[in-house]
Design a protein around this ligand. Structure first.
Ligand code: PGA
Length: 255
């Protein structure tokens, strides 16, 4: 399998961090550090930071993403943001189905699928997150769960639309815990995701989809993780809030 068929993408997920002024400052610090990247560089930021992020990233190789999107185009959905609104704000990427959304905000495989469809139909690239809990891993359900979540999230997504889908394998037990999956565990999990895509869309399509690893990826472990054949970059939480650490991860994915 040729890894070069796929784009490596390093995406930061800032979660609920940074004000607009802090956003401008951090992106200005990052820009010179990541300008020579040989991978795609994305920062997914809180809704209120989008305007500042788009402005700060203008004329740079940093693309801006959101952290969630609603599946309806408009209407009485207090507190929600539509895909069209994101596109109109200069957003190109959006995280969908992050485990924190699933865990704390009642996100289900069905709503993850609807949000994914809304994103790609509006022309956004969706970063769709899947991942097992520690309990599911210990019970031996990792492969079953990852394949199920992947197929559910991609229901009714066409092979053509898959060009605008990135899947991020994020073991729940590794997110924000400092416990990283080993490079082999990451490669295996990403491989399960790719196998699920192959079961539905065929091997050729599956080999062209970017599958990231996420969960405590940092400046120290990025090299080893992104060197794995199935790991096409990463979704980075904590380490994406530090310009230098993030740039080291970008450099690792650029090799
Ligand atoms: P982390 O978060 O890098 O802080 O573990 C990853 C994520 O939640 O996407």
């Amino acid at each position: 399998m040729d890894k070069k068929l796929r784009k490596a993408v390093i995406a930061g997920n800032w979660k609920m961090n940074k004000t607009p002024a802090e956003t401008t400052a951090l992106i200005n610090e990052m820009k010179p550090l990541v300008k020579d990247a040989d991978c795609d560089v994305v920062l997914c930021v809180p809704y209120v930071d989008i305007a500042a992020a788009v402005e700060a990233a203008k004329d740079s190789n940093i693309k801006i993403g959101a952290e969630n999107v609603h599946f309806k185009a408009s209407g009485a959905y207090t507190g929600e943001i539509s895909a069209e609104m994101l596109v109109a704000s200069g957003v190109e990427y959006v995280v969908v189905g992050h485990s924190e959304r699933r865990q704390y905000f009642g996100e289900t495989d069905q709503t993850v699928n609807l949000r994914t469809l809304a994103a790609v139909n509006a022309g956004l690239t969706a970063i769709v997150c899947v991942g097992e809990t520690l309990e599911q891993r210990e019970l031996g359900y990792t492969e079953t769960l990852l394949k199920y979540q992947t197929k559910m999230a991609l229901t009714n997504v066409t092979a053509d639309q898959l060009k605008n889908i990135i899947v991020a394998y994020e073991p729940v037990w590794a997110i924000g815990t400092g416990v990283t999956a080993t490079a082999d565990q990451a490669d295996e999990g990403n491989g399960f995701v790719r196998a699920a895509i192959a079961e539905v869309y065929g091997e050729d399509v599956a080999n062209s989809v970017t599958v990231q690893y996420g969960g405590s990826m940092n400046a120290k472990n990025a090299d080893e993780l992104v060197a794995k054949v199935n790991v096409d970059g990463g979704l980075i939480g904590g380490a994406s809030l530090k310009a230098e650490d993030f740039s080291i991860i970008v450099k690792a994915a650029s090799k």
